[in-house]
Design a protein around this ligand. Structure first.
Ligand SMILES: *[C@@H]1O[C@H](CO)[C@@H](O)[C@H](O)[C@H]1NC(C)=O
Ligand SMILES: *[C@@H]1O[C@H](CO)[C@@H](O)[C@H](O)[C@H]1NC(C)=O
Ligand SMILES: *[C@@H]1O[C@H](CO)[C@@H](O)[C@H](O)[C@H]1NC(C)=O
Ligand SMILES: *[C@@H]1O[C@H](CO)[C@@H](O)[C@H](O)[C@H]1NC(C)=O
Ligand SMILES: *[C@@H]1O[C@H](CO)[C@@H](O)[C@H](O)[C@H]1NC(C)=O
Length: 619
């Protein structure tokens, strides 16, 4: 019992999560990502519309697929191992610490001026990141962890990732709907109101499920969510049937399971669905189960209202208008309303969902003409959320996402991220998100805790946003309506001019002829297999086994520093000190391994401490 108590004291006081060291590390991560964010904002401002820079960009980039990297190295250590190259020690993949690589999202084209521009201005981040990692080398070595990959994902779908490496699923990555890129749009309460009536059957239902699951997967620990599904009646998927769930891993699993098992059948009753949706929001607020911030209701349908008999569209509009007003008055924060209607032929289907949006201050409607647009459309809601976060109050807001598995080497990790804005517009416009990976096991070992859940919630303390005010002018909302839904989605077509739309509609810098260059440095790897391109070891991609031992001296040094660091706190209580040193020697065997994993030794030492190459896994 005494031992248990001491252990608790030990972990929570001396070396644990409240230790100065933990604070130091968490603060460092936060400062770094904000510094990176600021730098990207200045690049965007200074380099995007620079014609010389645009010209120099030709043949100066390395794409994720076919470009052979200029200075590939083979760092050793499990976190650099790539499953396709074999298992065990000594099966790393090539990493290039002198350059980033870029990818573009499916459905976007390099020839699109906005995409082309993004590839070109973001190119200048490499030099800066190399310098930063060099500057901080002592910090990372002392900690015994790697700085972690850093990257930028733009709203245009461009992803630029440092250090450079080849991806496995070439051309498949879209940075925009990922948790790390949605999380910094701030904490939110979310209600999905989904049509499961008979007409949804088939592909539509499949895509709606996919879209809903994608929305759920992008939420983080600071969000709340519940779902209402309806046919001629509505049912609620919520905590205890009536409250919002915190969007943690367990409740996400419950919600995803429920969505997966939905079957399309029955008629269409909007009225009941909205009543239940607002009930959930109201109940949760009473129980303080909402986050004290903005809420959104995402409504998706493909049919006309058929139920209950005698209910008119006006009844539904009145219901939504009054309950939304009542709920947001009660919560003291706005409730955003997004309605999506899916239909190719039946114009009538769009009529009510469109009418619902206009009487609301924050109502946005979009028509989904093709079924394959469902997924994309539904995940765009968070753009409006991040809009209000560009203010000065939230200038140092960062988000940590719940740990998940990176693709390479089955590394469990988290990402810290921050939104990048164009602050020359009013309000500032989101142009992308910066992120840095942290291999969690390594971090928590360095911090002397096994409890990842606790560590991440502790880190989350560093990412508390001031809830954005969202007192957006009428014409800014109107410009978002046009952005999401085209001109037909506007509610006040005579009121707001094109000037009011400047902050939502991105403009290219030059005329189109300037964007015809070839951006890729080479495509030397075009005809080679993934393993051939990626795996160190041998030319045919067979892992040879056996690591490089050169790093052991360095590792021992890091280990000693680690121990010395730990013992600084020993002075606090003599008893604890005794316990501590026993404890530490108990840990030290394990620690040798850990530190060795962390300090990778490249074949040709790179100019910086190597980062964990962790191409993002889905989701
Ligand atoms: C434009 O970019 C080039 C090359 O990157 C740089 O030398 C030049 O100073 C930039 N011009 C301005 C006005 O920033
Ligand atoms: C929850 O976390 C576990 C690992 O901790 C993981 O295996 C599982 O896939 C996660 N579930 C979801 C829905 O993210
Ligand atoms: C909401 O209701 C209050 C009274 O309950 C009213 O004063 C206010 O104007 C309403 N707001 C909107 C946007 O309708
Ligand atoms: C980790 O910490 C959380 C929150 O403090 C606690 O609920 C949980 O039981 C801990 N898990 C372990 C394995 O100690
Ligand atoms: C772009 O340049 C690369 C390398 O020189 C070449 O292999 C590729 O075919 C070029 N692409 C186009 C579209 O010209």
């Amino acid at each position: 019992m005494l031992k248990v108590t001491l252990h608790l004291l030990f972990t929570s006081l001396a070396f644990g999560l409240n230790s100065p060291r933990f604070n130091q590390v968490a603060t460092k991560f936060k400062e770094d990502i904000l510094e990176f964010r600021d730098f990207m904002e200045s690049l965007h401002l200074n380099k995007r519309c620079n014609e010389t820079s645009l010209k120099e960009c030709q043949f100066a980039n390395f794409d994720e697929c076919f470009a052979a990297l200029p200075n590939p190295t083979c760092p050793s250590g499990p976190e650099f191992n790539i499953p396709s190259c074999g298992s065990g020690e000594g099966c790393p993949g090539y990493v290039d610490f002198t350059t980033s690589v870029y990818s573009i999202a499916p459905g976007t084209a390099e020839s699109d001026p906005l995409v082309y521009e993004t590839i070109c201005w973001t190119r200048h981040m490499d030099e800066w990141l190399i310098q930063r990692n060099e500057r901080d080398r002592a910090f990372w070595e002392e900690l015994g962890v790697n700085p972690g990959a850093m990257y930028y994902g733009s709203t245009t779908g461009v992803f630029r990732y440092y250090p450079g490496r080849r991806t496995k699923n070439c051309g498949a990555y879209d940075p925009r709907p990922r948790p790390w890129s949605v999380a910094p749009s701030g904490p939110k309460n979310l209600l999905l109101v989904l049509d499961k009536s008979g007409s949804m059957e088939g592909n539509r239902m499949t895509l709606m499920k996919k879209a809903a699951i994608r929305v759920i997967e992008t939420l983080t620990m600071s969000d709340r969510i519940a779902i209402v599904v309806f046919d001629e009646t509505a049912s609620v998927i919520a905590k205890e049937g009536m409250y919002l769930y915190p969007a943690n891993n367990e409740s996400k699993a419950i919600l995803i399971d429920a969505i997966t098992n939905l079957e399309a059948q029955g008629e269409t009753n909007f009225y009941d669905a909205f009543e239940k949706a607002f009930d959930v929001l109201d109940n949760s607020h009473g129980e303080e189960l909402t986050v004290n911030c903005n809420s959104a209701l995402l409504f998706l349908t493909d049919g006309e209202m058929t139920h209950p008999i005698g209910t008119t569209p006006e009844n539904v509009i009145d219901l939504v208008t009054s309950r939304l007003n009542a709920t947001s008055t009660k919560i003291g924060k706005p409730v955003l309303f997004f309605s999506y209607s899916i239909s190719e032929e039946e114009e009538e289907v769009h009529s009510l969902p469109k009418k619902l949006a206009c009487p609301l201050d924050f109502g946005v409607w979009s028509r989904i003409n093709r079924e394959d647009q469902i997924v994309e459309a539904l995940s765009s809601y968070h753009l409006l959320f991040s809009l209000g976060l560009g203010d000065d109050e939230n200038a140092d807001f960062v988000a940590w996402v719940e740990p998940y598995f990176f693709v390479t080497g089955n590394i469990f990790g988290s990402t810290i991220s921050a939104v990048v804005y164009d602050r020359s517009t009013s309000p500032p416009t989101k142009i992308g998100v910066v992120g840095r990976d942290i291999a969690f096991e390594i971090l928590t070992e360095a911090l002397e805790t096994d409890n990842i859940t606790e560590a991440i919630s502790e880190l989350a303390r560093y990412s508390v946003a001031v809830c954005p005010a969202l007192n957006l002018p009428r014409c800014v909302i109107e410009s978002y309506r046009a952005f999401f839904g085209g001109n037909e989605a506007r509610c006040f077509p005579d009121e707001c001019s094109a000037d009011d739309f400047s902050s939502t509609v991105p403009k290219k810098c030059f005329d189109s002829s300037k964007y015809t260059g070839n951006l890729t440095a080479n495509s030397d790897n075009k005809d080679r297999s993934y393993e051939e391109i990626v795996c160190c070891g041998s030319d045919d991609g067979v892992c040879l086994g056996g690591g490089n031992d050169d790093g052991d001296d360095k590792l021992t040094k890091a280990m000693i520093i680690g121990i010395a660091f730990g013992c600084v706190f020993v002075v606090i209580v003599a008893l604890l000190m005794l316990y501590c040193c026993l404890k530490r020697s108990g840990y030290s065997n394990r620690r040798v391994v850990v530190v060795r994993d962390a300090v990778a030794v490249p074949v040709n030492p790179p100019p910086i401490a190597p980062s964990a190459p962790t191409w993002k896994s889905s989701p």
